[in-house]
Design a binder for this molecule. Structure first.
Ligand code: ZN
Ligand code: ZN
Length: 207
């Protein structure tokens, strides 16, 4: 696929020409499709990759695997802040950060956000839909929730609960909920699994 820049369908067609018995399993097909969408390279910062990874994590949880915090992304509130140096003219590292409204601790940065297509339910995860998904992103401002990937401060998640509250690790303020079976955003979309933060609980700042 990479050498000929073929789409998954094209690659499968030529595979079938060679052998009618060739039938890659679904999981492998999903990975190939992901590979295509990321432009024939593995880009771990791509939103496609993040959603894919979260889905896999959800599958592991449902099959009874123990979910350890090592599978979670680093707590952005603990990492050294990029672009916080004295030079404010350095804008290229500026990132959107979400802070607890009560104590201002950083709870997530833009890289942790799992985007969804407002109002499209599970179909927003359909492979074909994803391509047009980006143009919908600006509508997400009407969503009252932010969905993020599991982070290391989410201790109840680590303890293995199916669902529960997410609270600020610093001041204990309630921030949102998580549910491995999914949460419906106010726009109608289901996000599964879901680590949801109420936008009214956080302040947005640039770091
Ligand atoms: Zn939404
Ligand atoms: Zn707090």
């Amino acid at each position: 696929m990479r050498s000929e820049q073929k789409s998954l369908e094209e690659a499968l067609e030529s595979l079938n020409e060679v052998s009618e018995l060739a039938c890659p399993n679904d999981g492998f097909l999903d990975q190939l499709k992901l590979f295509e969408e990321m432009g024939f390279k593995v880009d771990t910062s791509s939103p496609f990759y993040k959603r894919f990874r979260l889905k896999l994590l959800g599958k592991s949880y449902k099959s009874g695997e123990k979910i350890g915090s090592y599978m979670f992304q680093d707590d952005p509130g603990l990492s050294p802040l990029p672009g916080c140096c004295q030079d404010p003219s350095k804008t290229e590292h500026n990132k959107t950060a979400y802070r607890c409204r009560k104590c201002r601790r950083i709870i997530a940065v833009e890289d942790n956000v799992i985007s969804h297509v407002p109002g499209e339910g599970e179909s927003c995860f359909d492979w074909n839909r994803r391509k047009s998904g980006r143009s919908y992103n600006n509508k997400e401002q009407y969503c009252s929730s932010l969905f993020i990937e599991p982070l290391k401060w989410m201790t109840p998640v680590e303890e293995g609960a199916l669902e529960g509250k997410l609270s600020c690790i610093h001041c204990g303020a309630r921030l949102g909920y998580f549910n491995w079976s999914g949460i419906q955003c106010n726009c109608g979309s289901w996000v599964t699994p879901a680590f949801q933060i109420g936008k009214s609980k956080v302040d947005i700042s640039i770091i």
